[in-house]
Design a protein around this ligand. Structure first.
Ligand code: C5P
Length: 415
């Protein structure tokens, strides 16, 4: 008989002990698949189910798939004698919370401990990976976004949520990341990467800037632009998938953090420059952010009032050029510095001049004239411009542009 090949060749989570906390949402059914995916990769999985989770899946199903008893109660005589919540919180290499419901996130952010799941999460010092899943309005609610910021600041790694159709016939961000996306993020978190370890950028550090910047006028108003961050985020994800250690410095976007990427969130150009400098040294810098060229000379401490007088004059001053600053560094310049040039006319010519002026090695130039749909759209038509060459790519999805660009980066670093 021919031995069956496993569908998973890389035993990337071998000997890792994962505590999987399953919250109460419809996405809990995907967590059963997640248990299988983790075990296929050699991990030992122990599950904690909240009361809500048990409305969707049974402890028996989680136990059958994990091969060990699933835990549900804080005051469980058998449990306390057997393993207990403090040991549950310690005897693992990482904790995964999937699905992380709005309620579970709120409890984590507030430090509540009124059931087994929240108590374990408060007691643990292990790395935590959280996969939020909830209705789009609950996700976008300021309270959830506030909790998300608190959890990020507490060091929780977040994967997803993805955009898509929701169970309640709504559309938007809120779908839990797919089990394999969660696995990829976990592989990064516990320090081993699957495809990545053998990928063409293994051992390389890559920095990517993405999204727009917001330049405050007063506490409620700001100057912004139409960048969605999709291209930059896709590049960060593709570099991580190719094995790089990636830092993404992102302006305000409505995209989820890419899995397996350290994402630093900033608002203004000056914050972005500081975050970029803090991320050095790196092998490659990809500057895809649409940084505001100007900011207001003064950021009013209070909201500007109409007062029936003339509109306030907005005096603008120039922002630091992040790309040029990094490309012109005497020490600690990345080996490869890549800029973007979004132009509405004479694309190649402008890109060439920009390449020289900013001191970068390669410019990815694209035509963003009104009607091209590039700004915020899913596709991009780019030209790779160096000092001596121009290479034009066909119109491609932004993910495919990212994949090809990462391939090119690997080639350039090798040569
Ligand atoms: O000068 P322009 O904004 O067209 O240049 C675009 C390139 O320069 C992009 O790579 C962008 O990320 C980068 N840039 C920057 N800091 C600025 C302005 C642009 O890093 N202040």
């Amino acid at each position: 008989m021919v031995a069956q090949r496993s569908s998973v060749d890389a035993v990337t989570l071998s000997q890792k002990r994962i505590l999987l906390v399953i919250g109460g949402g419809i996405a809990a059914y995907k967590s059963l698949d997640l248990i299988r995916r983790l075990r296929e990769r050699g991990a030992a999985v122990r599950c904690v189910l909240t009361a809500g989770a048990q409305q969707f899946i049974t402890p028996l199903a989680a136990a059958a798939l994990s091969g060990t008893r699933a835990h549900t109660d804080l005051f469980d005589r058998e449990d306390e004698a057997d393993i207990g919540h403090i040991r549950l919180a310690r005897d693992a290499d990482a904790v995964v919370v999937a699905p992380a419901t709005a309620n579970l996130m709120a409890k984590m952010a507030g430090g509540h401990a009124d059931d087994l799941a929240s108590t374990v999460l408060l007691a643990t010092t292990l790395p935590i990976l959280m996969a939020p899943a909830m209705n789009v309005r609950m996700w976008l609610h300021p309270a959830t976004q506030r909790n998300l910021s608190v959890l990020r600041a507490d060091g929780v790694t977040v994967v997803g949520p993805n955009e898509g159709a929701m169970a309640e016939a709504e559309f938007g961000p809120g779908r839990m990341a797919e089990p394999l996306e969660i696995v990829a993020a976990l592989e990064r978190l516990v320090g081993r990467s699957g495809t990545g370890a053998a990928g063409p950028l293994a051992g390389k550090r890559v920095l990517v800037t993405s999204g727009p910047t917001h330049e405050p006028i007063d506490p409620v108003r700001y100057i912004a632009n139409r960048s969605s961050g999709r291209q930059g985020h896709a590049i960060a994800a593709a570099a991580a998938a190719a094995g790089a250690e990636v830092t993404l410095v992102s302006g305000p976007v409505s995209l989820p953090d890419p899995p397996g990427v350290r994402t630093v969130h900033v608002e203004s150009a000056r914050d972005m420059l500081a975050a970029v400098e803090a991320a050095l040294p790196v092998d490659v810098g990809v500057f895809a952010a649409a940084v505001a060229d100007w900011r207001t000379a003064e950021n009013a401490a209070q909201k500007l009032k109409k007062d029936g007088k003339l509109p306030p004059p907005l005096k603008l001053v120039e922002n630091p050029d992040i790309l040029a600053t990094i490309a012109h560094r005497d020490t600690g310049r990345p080996r490869l510095v890549i800029g973007f040039a979004a132009e509405t006319e004479n694309v190649i010519e402008h890109a060439r001049r920009k390449l020289a002026r900013k001191g970068c090695d390669l410019i990815v130039a694209n035509d963003v004239a009104p009607g091209t749909g590039v700004m915020g759209g899913a596709h991009n038509t780019v030209h790779l411009v160096t000092r001596d060459t121009v290479e034009s790519w066909p119109t491609l999805g932004k993910d495919e542009v990212a994949r090809r660009l990462v391939e090119r980066i690997a080639t350039l670093l090798g040569s």
